[in-house]
Write a protein that binds this ligand. Structure first.
Ligand code: WT7
Length: 679
């Protein structure tokens, strides 16, 4: 693997970059670890406008799980994200909306953004939304979704954005868990030209939930009234309702001078559901001060953000990438940010390249899945596009292998742009490990170096099966070792805390502690393993827990398994991930049926539909194999480790380790035979 000399090969970024050079990075990084309070004090002044300054920078510890930043400081999200930029440059573009249909694209200025957010906030206020209320947002990646998100903090509410592709069951579980009484949605959405029934899906989700107070329905697609019902006293047609708050409207004077709420830095800004290795999806809470600060700082550093940039992140608003790097970070930094509502191949496979040239994007941020997908069409679709406005291209969501890295760097970055592989997760709130353009080294396939305040440590743990190959003597759970040397792999943890770390899981602080903080006291467990090369650069290897990463969407195996067992004819299910050329990981289902005298094809199809309906289309399984029994330990734990070997086409049973302790060693042979038949 080669590293690159940044200065010669790349567009000259050394002039005017946020950090001057690698030495400055090193110095500041050292300060951020050794004297974090001094570091964050300065950055908090530089990036945020405070209503009331703080006297404490951070308190609490990871061991106790009570970390706080700027706890007596107050700030106003609207002022930081909108108002101060509106005052400086009202007619500059804040949002670029690249709608599903390219013809529907439009731009929104800072002035328009400020007006819309205020109107939405007055609507929420009128409906009785109060500080601390959870507002569910189920919409496509659109300006209205951003207005709704920002209007929440305007009135002190917490948003819970649910990915627009999720099913009514998934919505219901989240609305129930967060006790969210308010929902903002669309009548229908457009996805690849097709209509998606958003309101009807919400209706199915909340039927019977009598605590729902209001459902606000934005008319994303006109003249579709016959496609869904509006329940009186609950459902509100949002566009005409918003107009009532404008000049000449019925509520013209109601809260006309409503001021945005000044929030305590530790007040929750939003919650976001993500999948874990056990149980149902969990709502991670992010705060106002620490989160916004680290979002803005990492965005500025990693994407080399400058005044006048047009920055485009292709993610969906429903994921943390959308929250941090489409909405909050660019808005705090006053950067024009693009909302991409479509897919890379709609209406043509050239869509990404059209978007870059049409808007003159300076940064382009997408996932390895998307890169691998466009790669399958070769370089022909790129030939009519210059992409010359680009300076930095980014990747997020899963490891970007060398092949995709090379293709992306050469054909999109034209071997001149910095390719930043950004490693982070919903829990971290912001990027943790990434190259910094013009400042630090790039290396193919590596996320490279930690950002400020992030102290990665590779740990060895004798309890982890992953480390058995390292011949570690068996240690008790609490015993672990920091690996000091380079050219080593281990469990990736972060030692100590940083401002945007998630503070808790809604309603389940114990689960938060048990999942992230208790396994290695003093360290945050990422759930990934990593390799640190001889130069000290990090290569993320993948999840060590039972979490699948399908097309950069995260699913817990148990979440998928419990969906499948809803089928009346299933007894037992095991889901494992298999490597997939485009999706990164694909879902492989092993299933034991109660009554085996059924039409197998039909049953498999029912299982497939069940996963799509209960979770989402992204959860469509690649393969379903029906078996008589699953390999289990004597204590009844399904040996997914063996199934994983089988789906990676390792059919050599002798390499599976000692099977004699299994409850049912014979099951393995049958499974191998059934899987072999597939390929
Ligand atoms: C998991 C977190 C952060 C937004 C997208 C996903 C994997 C993420 C990388 C990367 C290798 C990566 C990890 C992580 N991951 N970025 N650059 N290289 N792996 O957020 O749904 O919370 O998933 O995604 O496995 O733990 P998420």
């Amino acid at each position: 693997m080669t590293s690159f000399d940044c200065k010669n090969k790349f567009k000259p970024l050394t002039e005017g970059t946020y950090l001057k050079n690698a030495e400055e990075y090193k110095r500041l990084y050292k300060q951020s670890i050794e004297d974090p309070n001094a570091f964050w004090y300065e950055k908090a002044q530089e990036f945020l406008t405070w209503d009331k300054s703080f006297t404490t920078i951070s308190s609490g510890t990871l061991k106790q799980g009570n970390v706080k930043y700027f706890e007596d400081g107050y700030l106003n999200v609207y002022q930081n994200c909108v108002l101060r930029h509106k005052e400086k440059k009202p007619n500059d573009v804040a949002l670029i909306y690249e709608a599903d249909d390219p013809e529907d694209a439009r731009t929104i200025t800072w002035l328009e953004l400020s007006e819309q957010v205020q109107l939405y906030a007055r609507v929420l206020k009128h409906l009785g939304v109060k500080k601390g209320d959870v507002v569910t947002i189920y919409m496509s990646t659109s300006p209205e979704a951003v207005y709704a998100m920002l209007a929440c903090s305007y009135v002190g509410a917490i948003h819970s954005v649910i990915f627009g592709g999720f099913s009514s069951e998934a919505i219901k579980a989240r609305v129930l868990d967060s006790k969210s009484r308010f929902i903002v949605t669309q009548n229908l959405a457009r996805r690849r030209g097709k209509l998606v029934p958003m309101k009807a899906t919400v209706d199915r989700a909340i039927g019977g939930l009598d605590f729902i107070r209001s459902v606000l329905v934005d008319e994303r697609v006109s003249n579709m009234k016959d496609q869904f019902e509006m329940k009186s006293n609950r459902d509100i047609d949002l566009k005409p309702f918003v107009s009532e708050f404008q000049k000449g409207g019925k509520y013209e004077n109601e809260n006309a001078d409503l001021q945005a709420m000044s929030m305590n830095a530790e007040d929750p800004l939003f919650l976001l559901y993500t999948s874990g290795s056990t149980g149902k999806p969990k709502a991670l809470i992010h705060t106002t001060g620490g989160y916004l600060l680290n979002a803005a700082l990492t965005h500025k550093t990693v994407f080399d953000i400058r005044e006048g940039d047009r920055y485009g992140c292709m993610a969906d608003l429903g994921w943390i990438t959308g929250h941090t790097y489409i909405v909050y970070a660019p808005l705090v930094n006053g950067t024009t940010t693009l909302l991409f509502e479509s897919t890379p191949d709609y209406p043509r496979i050239t869509r990404y390249w059209e978007v870059i040239d049409k808007w003159g994007l300076t940064q382009f941020y997408t996932s390895p899945t998307a890169v691998r997908f466009v790669m399958t069409y070769g370089t022909e679709p790129l030939k009519d596009f210059s992409l010359k406005s680009l300076r930095v291209i980014g990747s997020v969501g899963e490891p970007i292998g060398v092949e995709a890295w090379n293709w992306y760097f050469k054909n999109v970055g034209k071997s001149k742009c910095y390719l930043v592989d950004t490693y982070w997760m919903t829990e971290s709130g912001a990027i943790m490990i990434s190259a910094i353009p013009g400042v630090t080294t790039l290396k193919r396939g590596s996320a490279t170096l930690p950002l400020f305040g992030i102290n990665p440590q590779l740990l060895l743990n004798g309890d982890n099966p992953q480390n058995q190959e390292l011949n570690l003597e068996k240690k008790s759970k609490k015993q672990f070792l920091e690996i000091a040397e380079n050219s080593q792999s281990g469990i990736l943890t972060i030692k100590g805390h940083w401002p945007s770390i998630t503070r808790t899981i809604l309603g389940n602080h114990k689960r938060y502690l048990d999942t992230y903080l208790n396994p290695y006291p003093g360290y945050f467990l990422t759930g990934d393993s990593a390799y640190r090369d001889m130069d000290g650069l990090y290569f993320i290897k993948g999840r060590i827990d039972d979490v699948l990463n399908v097309s950069a969407h995260r699913f817990g195996t148990s979440e998928l398994e419990s969906a499948i067992t809803l089928h009346p004819n299933t007894v037992e299910v095991a889901v494992v991930g298999m490597p997939h050329k485009i999706k990164g990981e694909a879902i492989f289902v092993f299933c034991v049926l109660k009554d085996k005298r059924v039409d197998e094809k039909k049953t498999k199809n029912e299982l497939k539909v069940l996963l799509q309906k209960t979770i989402s289309k992204v959860a469509t399984p690649e393969h379903i194999v029906l078996v008589d029994s699953l390999p289990k330990t004597r204590s009844g734990k399904i040996m997914r480790r063996i199934l994983k070997k089988i789906v990676t086409k390792n059919y050599e049973i002798s390499t599976y380790g000692d099977l004699s302790t299994l409850l049912n060693p014979d099951s393995v042979k049958q499974i191998v035979q059934n899987v072999k038949k597939l390929f």
